[in-house]
Design a protein around this ligand. Structure first.
Ligand SMILES: NC(=O)c1ccc[n+]([C@@H]2O[C@H](COP(=O)([O-])OP(=O)(O)OC[C@H]3O[C@@H](n4cnc5c(N)ncnc54)[C@H](OP(=O)(O)O)[C@@H]3O)[C@@H](O)[C@H]2O)c1
Length: 137
């Protein structure tokens, strides 16, 4: 198993690294890969040839996303799209983490994968496309 871990300096990735087998993981930091650079993404996949990709790279600071909507879209939707397409081309499993901000919070029980996102989002972080969700589905 060769696992490509994107966004490797982040909080979630650092937690995941504690549980993954070091020999099986290729951790890639933002310094090493800009996911908005489609060519760089493909070059990395050609070099590593992963069986599995775990994407934890994200621009998710809520206030910053509202002020920098283009960047939010570039990282959280377009960047995820590049990763997902490269993973598909490599035949690799693609794991991506969304955010509970895409839900309206009115459900009385825990949200599950098949729940529909907020239908009238008013912020970039609430927007399903801008969180990569619709890109992947
Ligand atoms: N942590 C949680 O409890 C939690 C809970 C629910 C969902 N999530 C989701 O999990 C994902 C990761 O969260 P996190 O808490 O680990 O975030 P984080 O600590 O901010 O880590 C994100 C990582 O992505 C990198 N990154 C940002 N833009 C990038 C780009 N354009 N290209 C490549 N790498 C880039 C960042 O590098 P720089 O800092 O150098 O920019 C950072 O290392 C997010 O989608 C978040 O919504 C996390």
């Amino acid at each position: 198993m060769r696992i490509l871990l994107i966004g490797a300096n982040g909080q979630l990735a650092q937690d995941l690294l504690r549980f993954l087998t070091p020999d099986e993981v290729v951790p890639v930091t933002h310094q090493q890969l800009e996911i908005c650079d489609a060519r760089a993404v493909q070059a990395l996949f050609d070099s590593v040839r992963p069986n599995c990709v775990i994407n934890t790279a994200a621009f998710h600071l809520v206030d910053d996303c509202e002020e920098q909507v283009e960047k939010a879209f570039a990282v959280n939707a377009a960047g995820v799209n590049y990763l997902a397409r490269a993973a598909q081309g490599a035949g690799a499993v693609f794991v991506h983490f969304s955010t509970d901000y895409v839900f309206d919070g009115l459900k009385q029980r825990p949200y599950i994968e098949t729940d529909l996102p907020w239908l009238s989002p008013s912020t970039a972080c609430q927007s399903w496309p801008e969180n990569g969700g619709s890109t992947l589905l």
